[in-house]
Every structure is written in C-alpha cells, then in structure tokens.
Design a protein around this ligand. Structure first.
Ligand SMILES: Nc1ncnc2c1ncn2[C@@H]1O[C@H](COP(=O)(O)OP(=O)(O)O)[C@@H](O)[C@H]1O
Ligand SMILES: [Mg+2]
Length: 294
C-alpha cells in the first residue's frame, strides 16, 4: 500500500527553512512509518500543492500536517477533491475537511446539545463588537479568532481595560469568546480517537504569561488518563459529528465556568496526534488505514 502523507513545503524533511514545529511532523510521520514497516506499505510525505500526477499511484492520501491551509482554504479543499477524484482515498474525506475548516461548525454542534464556549459570530469583528461582548458575556477578557484559522494564527485577546483602538477590525469573518481562565490553570485537553475508538489523552499547558497552548508558543503537553465524565464529554462530541467514518478525530476541550469540559475545537483535518503521549497511535492508525483499504 502506498500512503501519501499530506504536508506543506516548510515541513518537508530536508526543506531549507523548516518551521519550528517540524519536530511534530517528524514524530507523527515516524509513528506511522514504523507501524507500517513490514506491512509492505510505504508512507511518503508530499506537499499538498504538488502536481496532481504525483498522487497517481497512491492508495491513500492522509491529511497529515498540511498546517498552512488556513490562508488558502479554497485551494486546499479543491486540491483534496482533485486528489480524491483520481481514485485516491483521502482521509479524512474532503467533505469532512469542508465542514471542519470553518469554525462555524461549532454552532451546528451547539445546536445538537454539545457544550461549547459561548460565542458571538461576526462577518468582521470590530472594536464595538468587542465592547458589546464584554457586557454580554459579563467578562473582563475576550478572545477573537478567525472562522478559518489554525495554530492560533491571527488570533487576539483583549481586556476590558485595554481594548483595541476604535478603528480596529479583525479583517475577516471571526468569532468572539469569553476568555476561559482554566486554559492557564488547568490547560486544554486533547482526546484522540482513531477509527471511532478512544486512543489517548493529554493536557496542553501554555507557557507562563501566554494562553496559547501550541508548542510554537512554548506550550507543554502531558499524557493524562481522563476521568470517566471527561471521556464521556469528548465521546458525546464525537457522537454528535455528522460523520461516522472518521479515520481520526482530536477533540480539544477546556474546562468551562460550570466545571464541565466544553468544546474548543473538533480537529478533523490535520491534527497533530501527539504520538509521544500515545505510543500506539501509529499502530492504531496503520490498522485503521489497512481496514479501510481491504
Ligand atoms: N475562549 C478561550 N479562552 C481561553 N483560551 C482560548 C480561547 N479560545 C482559544 N484559546 C487559546 O487559543 C488557542 C487556539 O484557539 P483554537 O480555538 O484552538 O484555534 P486554532 O487552534 O484553530 O487556531 C487554544 O488552543 C487556546 O490556547
Ligand atoms: Mg486549536
């Protein structure tokens, strides 16, 4: 079996200037490669922008670490469709990516009863919208993020005492949420499911003085065994998703003001799957891919 591991140019092994989080790419592809070794399978990293012919003799295109799609969403989705139409099994499916690429899916999940962070949606949030949000959420600090975003890029946080200038705008469709202090005191949980089965969980804590948990900003991850209730919360998110054939899903959750976990993101496109905290995630993925291709 030939598996194309979709990535972006500055994560490719041997790229002249690799991103600072390239080690995550290496760990993830490494976990899959070692699990696939001996199964007459190869896992080859390919930039998602490579010519379409590159994908021709592949069985599977795995959405791996294409971590630069957020500014090229339409091109990225079109490319997934094109790869799929050449008979390559893209996973997760292009329809899943299309649904998941825009955070407005959080609204759809909230309507099904999933606990989410209270959120205001705006075509282009501005300073007046932030001022209204402080009052509406009765909070002192808010986070503003893009509807299509990843890695906390283009994200802002403001306090009531230090709001943006009156002319400030996000510059694209976005969402405003109250800042959840548990992000700093407890961290953000990731619960990872492969082929519908729980694999492992971890908590990601930001560096002192930051609130973004990504490794690029100094975030640190620790494996955890989730409580039964927290695992149930994540499972209920998985069950609410409008897809039943997900190869992988990473459910990112944070403790809300009521003490229960609520959904930060359901990552279905290209999540880092934290193989250091889930040592058998490569094997689980390999088995699930083989099962799909039988
Ligand atoms: N409402 C919030 N309260 C506290 N921290 C937040 C909030 N929203 C986002 N963050 C922080 O910003 C990070 C990125 O936000 P997220 O919604 O996961 O977007 P993405 O990962 O797609 O950029 C989170 O991992 C978390 O550290
Ligand atoms: Mg996130």
């Amino acid at each position: 079996m030939k598996i194309a591991f979709l990535t972006c140019h500055d994560l490719l092994e041997g790229a002249p200037e690799r991103r600072a989080d390239a080690f995550e790419h290496d760990l993830q592809i490494g976990a899959l490669r070692s699990a696939m070794a001996g199964a007459q399978s190869t896992v080859i990293e390919i930039d998602w922008r490579s010519p379409l012919e590159t994908f021709d003799d592949f069985d599977v295109a795995l959405l791996g670490t294409a971590w630069d799609y957020q500014d090229h969403a339409l091109a990225f989705l079109a490319r997934l469709d094109e790869i799929s139409s050449r008979g390559v099994d893209v996973c997760n499916r292009p329809q899943v990516a299309r649904w998941n690429i825009d955070k407005s899916y959080l609204r759809a999940l909230e309507l099904t009863g999933v606990a989410t962070i209270p959120t205001l949606w705006h075509d282009d949030p501005g300073a007046a919208d932030l001022n209204a949000a402080f009052d509406l959420f009765a909070c002192e600090r808010v986070v503003v993020k893009r509807r299509v975003g990843a890695g906390a890029v283009g994200q802002f946080d403001f306090t009531r005492n230090a709001p943006p200038q009156a002319a400030w705008r996000l510059g694209c469709a976005g969402l405003i949420q109250p800042f959840l202090p548990s992000i700093a005191t407890e961290g953000e949980y990731s619960l990872i499911f492969i082929d519908g089965e729980f694999s492992h969980a971890l908590v990601k804590r930001p560096a002192d003085g930051d609130y973004r948990i990504q490794s690029l900003y100094g975030g640190v991850e620790t494996a955890v065994t989730p409580s039964a209730i927290d695992l149930r919360s994540a499972r209920s998110v998985l069950d609410a998703l409008p897809f039943t054939d997900l190869l992988y899903a990473r459910i990112d959750m944070v403790r809300g003001f009521d003490g229960k976990l609520c959904l930060m993101e359901a990552e279905l496109i290209e999540p880092y799957l934290y193989p250091l905290q889930g040592r058998d995630v490569g094997v689980r993925l390999a088995k699930a891919i083989q099962k799909r291709c039988r």
